[in-house]
Design a protein around this ligand. Sequence first.
Ligand SMILES: [Zn+2]
Length: 127
Amino acid sequence: MKNLYQIALQTVSPIKLKKNGEAGHVGCALETVGGVVFTGICIDVPCSIGICAEQAAIAEMLKNRETKIKRIVAVYEDGSILPPCGRCRELMSQLDLYNENTMVVVDFEKEVRLKELLPERWDKKWD
Ligand SMILES: [Zn+2]
């Protein structure tokens, strides 16, 4: 986890955007089951148009035709670890059944499987 945390931290690169917008104050690193690491940054602009760093990293992963996430961590600009929001949890679960087993880093000394963060899936009917 430590190496993935360092990669996520290095991905953080805050930038001010037009009006009140900003980006890059959260960085995410995910490792696929194939051992490849993808990163992303958040985009936060007015009217909730932005995206989470996890979503950006996931888009990079999908661009490379991978869907199985072994481990994921997101880091705020102050170095603290941010657990994924509900939307990102759901997104990971929708990509691949394997991702129930994704290790989600929720704090420095704690990581849990995605299925523990989403205990009652609504879509089992379509597995
Ligand atoms: Zn999110």
